[in-house]
Design a protein around this ligand. Structure first.
Ligand SMILES: [Fe+2]
Length: 373
């Protein structure tokens, strides 16, 4: 039986993202899921409206279907438990569905077995080297941290992440300042999640840079979210400033060398075969070049990555989702970068559910599609 799901590419010049209608997430047939699978890998970000009723279990089942042989542990595993991890304060785990996390802002008395808890939307002032002045803070904001949802140590990056908006404070808009000397700004809805397409990021490179990106592998730091906990971000949220503030090896938990990840700089889309420039800019440690040489100097590594990625987050390339309660967004975590955005007041309560699952396999690079360098 064929599927009745409808996929409508988003309008405008972004060239990624699609709206999905006529879908029943709680009762997906194989044909329905096949339509959703192809849609995700084609459009990178899918928006399904009015899904507030779906259970954490159904959210998990949908997410898991994008990587059916994945064993089902949350994409960050238990690494979030480390008190020094920068991810630790941002998530609450649903007790009966531990792959699904509650994120948001403000006090919540009861939700899915969690009682009397306070969520905190991350604010750039806790992570960026420079900040928006206090008097501008309600109107102006930053990209908090561009990233891929991935442990980048041991566990493989999740294929898909699902985000469900349960409760959304309404109304305001803010302007993102890039504050990197370009004058770039972008007006967005309060608390948007910003996405950029890694495939467009790759396509926009010069031929020389494409060849470099295809031939280079990125080594990530061991225990990256603990390692980076003392460091500060660039004002664009696209990677860190090098001030030797990363934790020293003796300050980290013991390192298992076999868990350190060195991944291709470009990841292959399993349906379209397209390449995405897919680098977690904050967690990079070394670059392994095609000629066998290694770029070890951290500042240089970050500068190289920043130069390649920065054009990809230009205002006209960003999809800033305008959240309404009930929105379910599915994104191809191996083909986009995304960032939290915005500053909420304490009484602006927002509740989201996020799910991703550690991948069953590492991402595949360009050599597997036979692209000549
Ligand atoms: Fe994320």
């Amino acid at each position: 039986m064929s599927s009745h799901i409808q996929i409508e590419p988003m309008k405008g010049n972004l060239q990624f993202g699609a709206n999905v209608t006529n879908v029943d997430v709680e009762n997906l047939t194989d044909a329905d899921f096949e339509a959703l699978r192809e849609a995700l890998f084609t459009h990178q970000v899918l928006v399904l409206k009015q899904q507030g009723h779906i259970s954490p279990k159904a959210q998990y089942a949908l997410t898991q279907r994008y990587d059916p042989t994945a064993t089902g542990s949350y994409g960050h595993g238990k690494t979030l438990d480390a008190k020094k991890s920068i991810l630790h304060p941002d998530l609450k785990t649903i007790p009966h569905q531990p792959q699904v996390q509650v994120i948001g802002n403000g006090f919540v008395s009861s939700y899915e077995g969690l009682e009397n808890f306070t969520l905190k939307h991350p604010h750039h002032k806790t992570f960026h080297e420079t900040v928006i002045p206090e008097e501008d803070d309600l109107d102006f904001t930053r990209f908090y941290r561009w990233h891929i949802d991935a442990a980048l140590y041991g566990l493989a990056p999740p294929v898909a992440t699902t985000l469900l908006a349960v409760q959304v404070p309404g109304g305001r808009r803010q302007t993102i300042r890039y504050d990197d000397g370009t004058g770039d700004e972008l007006e967005v809805p309060l608390g948007t999640t910003a996405f950029v397409n890694g495939e467009a990021m790759y396509d926009a490179l010069s031929e020389e840079d494409k060849a470099f990106a295809r031939g280079t592998k990125v080594e990530y730091a061991a225990h990256p979210y603990i390692w980076m906990s003392g460091a500060k971000s660039r004002p664009t949220g696209l990677g860190l400033i090098s001030q030797n503030k990363e934790l020293q090896p003796e300050e980290l938990p013991p390192v298992d060398e076999t868990m350190i990840q060195t991944l291709p700089m470009c990841w292959k889309n399993p349906v379209t075969g397209k390449l995405a420039l897919q680098i977690h800019p904050s967690a990079v440690r070394r670059l392994h070049l095609e000629d066998g040489s290694v770029v070890d100097d951290l500042e240089r590594v970050r500068d190289i990555v920043y130069r390649l990625q920065r054009p990809g987050i230009a205002p006209q390339r960003v999809y800033a989702h305008d959240w309404e309660a009930g929105d379910l967004v599915i994104f191809h975590n191996r083909g986009v970068l995304h960032s939290v955005v915005g500053a909420f007041a304490e009484d602006e309560v927002r509740v989201f559910r996020q799910c991703n699952i550690a991948g069953s396999q590492l991402p595949v690079g360009p050599e597997a599609v036979g692209i000549a360098a």
